[in-house]
Design a protein around this ligand. Structure first.
Ligand SMILES: NC(=O)c1ccc[n+]([C@@H]2O[C@H](COP(=O)([O-])OP(=O)(O)OC[C@H]3O[C@@H](n4cnc5c(N)ncnc54)[C@H](O)[C@@H]3O)[C@@H](O)[C@H]2O)c1
Length: 366
């Protein structure tokens, strides 16, 4: 158990600066006359990242460079690696916005977080089935999620570990949190890859391309071709109106390239990190700063687009703000897109129904 390991490890970060019993801060600065303690309206933001691997550290460093939090807590099962990562980030203090960086194998370091981002995950053992890997990650989440929930009962949980849709459902069950406070990073990254490829194709800025991939973060994801627009112009209906021929296969090739993107990066460099770092930081900004931006993220999808078969989390364009998921947008789907989305839901449910969830609170067991 992390707490037991933590008790043998000295605290990784000391809070106060003191030298030979001298309180430097008080010696160095002189308070104003007739001043008062800090106002109760002062807001302090805290983010915790669980899992200090490639993905967790890319997220942590992007959040730091974008000045999204006052305090950042890192948790991992490996104390040495964790301390190394914490020190390495702390040593950049002269180049970064001021952020208190803490790290511990003990979950008490996450206490009072506004946002808990979970990237911890077991890696696939050669020859291991996908289901077995999922079951091992469920066991890992049974350890992590209840601790996070008890130290930060009002936080938003943002799940990144794969398979992200199933694990977001698992985190929801284990945390006992309302559904609007449990979110999976889902297809936010896939949609960015999609926008990049379309922008590249049309030689425009990806930020001017509105395009969503929804459904499962994975092979059964659904590209919403019917709602793509560039600079406010709906692409498919424009092409049809102008009678410009396009091949459906060309569109499918772009979607296939999106699905293959992660596999390609992993084949080439061993893991993915930078894009997921930026993707999750964009979600953190919308949540913590109440931006009310729309992101395709994994949410409780039951009841949307005829997905009534079970409690499934998958990505839909959702409005994010300080309360978590504020709403899901009424994006128009063609019959074919809606059908594919329901297939995606069924693929996730099939895995989910084979899982054994032990313990936890949540909205009931499976
Ligand atoms: N959702 C997405 O879009 C997306 C994108 C990229 C990666 N991922 C997923 O993110 C996860 C992490 O990937 P990575 O490349 O960083 O892997 P990694 O192996 O580099 O890091 C995982 C970290 O988790 C830690 N860990 C393991 N068990 C733990 C526990 N019980 N408590 C705390 N920490 C624990 C490990 O020590 C390790 O540092 C994977 O599941 C990966 O598939 C998701």
């Amino acid at each position: 158990m992390e707490e037991e390991q933590g008790s043998h490890v000295p605290p990784l970060s000391s809070g106060k600066s003191s030298l030979q019993g001298l309180d430097i801060a008080h010696a160095f600065f002189k308070p104003l006359l007739q001043s008062a303690p800090p106002s109760s309206t002062k807001r302090h933001t805290k983010v915790s990242v669980i899992g200090a691997g490639n993905v967790g550290m890319a997220i942590a460093q992007t959040i730091l460079t974008q000045d999204l939090t006052d305090e950042l807590a890192l948790v991992d099962a490996k104390p040495e690696k964790l301390r190394g990562e914490m020190l390495d980030l702390q040593h950049a203090a002269a180049f970064l916005p001021r952020t208190r960086i803490l790290a511990s194998v003990d979950y008490s370091v996450t206490t009072g977080s506004d946002l808990c981002i979970v990237t911890a995950g077991a890696r696939q053992i050669p020859g291991e089935s996908r289901l077995n890997l999922v079951q091992r990650n469920v066991a890992l989440f049974s350890d992590i999620v209840p601790r996070l929930a008890s130290h930060s009962p009002d936080s938003i949980l943002l799940i990144v570990s794969n398979p992200v849709d199933v694990l977001t459902y698992v985190a929801w069950k284990l945390s006992g949190f309302p559904s609007n406070r449990v979110i999976g990073s889902g297809t936010n990254l896939d949609s960015s890859r999609f926008r990049f490829l379309i922008a590249d194709h049309l030689d425009v800025n990806a930020q001017d391309v509105q395009a969503y991939i929804v459904g499962e973060h994975g092979d059964s994801s659904v590209a919403l071709w019917s709602s793509i627009s560039v600079g406010g112009v709906p692409v498919l209906s424009f092409l049809e109106k102008k009678e410009i021929a396009y091949e459906k296969e060309a569109l499918e090739r772009i979607h296939k390239a999106v699905i293959g993107s992660a596999y390609e990066v992993i084949r080439l460099k061993g893991y993915t990190s930078w894009a997921i770092g930026y993707s999750v930081a964009s979600l953190a900004r919308s949540l913590l700063r109440d931006q009310r931006r729309i992101h395709p993220v994994s949410v409780l999808a039951k009841g949307f687009y005829g997905m009534d078969a079970g409690e499934v989390f998958l990505s839909l364009p959702a409005q994010l703000g300080r309360g978590g998921v504020l709403a899901v947008t009424h994006v128009h789907l063609t019959d074919e897109e809606a059908e594919r989305l329901r297939d995606s839901a069924n693929a996730i449910l099939e895995v989910q129904n084979q899982l054994h969830l032990g313990g936890g609170g949540g909205g009931g067991g499976v």
